[in-house]
Design a protein around this ligand. Structure first.
Ligand code: AMP
Length: 199
């Protein structure tokens, strides 16, 4: 199964991706995590991405497309993967489609976590507080100022993907304002329906 989780920052994509990893045994491919690892390791990509990420803007399509193209060829992706935070632009959506087509593969579904923007900044602030309380590093972009820019980038560049996947018949929406377990149940139910339809 190859699926995309779509939604603005703070919608719960990472949390739901982790649950899908446990349930389906396929990896979560988070371009945000991969870029943060590149920054932490001081790689060339990390050096190019750092300032852009700190400002809440999007890293260039070429960089993230190359990272994903390399990652999906790893053996653990053979049975599928969950794309979390990628694609984020129409150019990335076209790129992933081409990458998959080249390998005779395709996406099964794009799941949109539908959320109320007003709740998001509160979630981001809480994520930063929770990380701090747990003694974990706090993301530099998890603060209200940078969050505004991240949300603007989402509406400008990523939200058009909702129409893109709708037009391809791949879009499914779930209520991302429900509690975490209820969101998981909605996702499970729609994946079960898809599996049944494919039989
Ligand atoms: P995330 O962890 O998904 O919120 O991503 C954190 C930051 O990494 C974003 O604000 C962007 O700067 C960068 N980033 C992550 N994924 C992408 C992507 N697919 N395209 C461009 N930039 C990305």
């Amino acid at each position: 199964m190859r699926l995309i989780l779509l939604g603005p920052p703070g919608a719960g994509k990472g949390t739901q991706a982790q649950r899908l990893v446990e349930k389906h045994g396929i990896p979560q491919l988070s371009t945000g995590d991969m870029l943060r690892a590149a920054v932490a390791n001081g790689t060339e990509v990390g050096k190019r991405a750092k300032a852009v990420m700190d400002a809440g803007e999007l890293v260039s399509d070429d960089i993230v497309n190359a990272i994903v193209a390399e990652r999906i060829d790893q053996p653990d992706c053979a049975d599928g993967f969950i794309l979390d935070g990628y694609p984020r632009t129409l150019a990335q959506a076209d790129a992933v489609e081409a990458m998959l087509a080249k390998r005779d593969l395709k996406l099964d579904v794009a799941i949109e976590l539908v959320v109320d923007d007003k709740a998001l900044v509160g979630r981001i602030v809480k994520r930063a507080e929770d990380a701090k309380a747990a003694g974990q590093p706090v993301r530099k972009d998890d603060n209200p100022e940078v969050f505004d820019e991240r949300l603007r980038e989402y509406y400008k560049k990523t939200a058009p993907l909702i129409g893109y996947y709708y037009a391809k018949g791949l879009l499914k929406g779930v209520d991302g304002m429900a509690d975490i377990d209820a969101v998981t149940r909605q996702i499970d139910a729609l994946l079960d329906q898809k599996a049944l339809a494919a039989q």
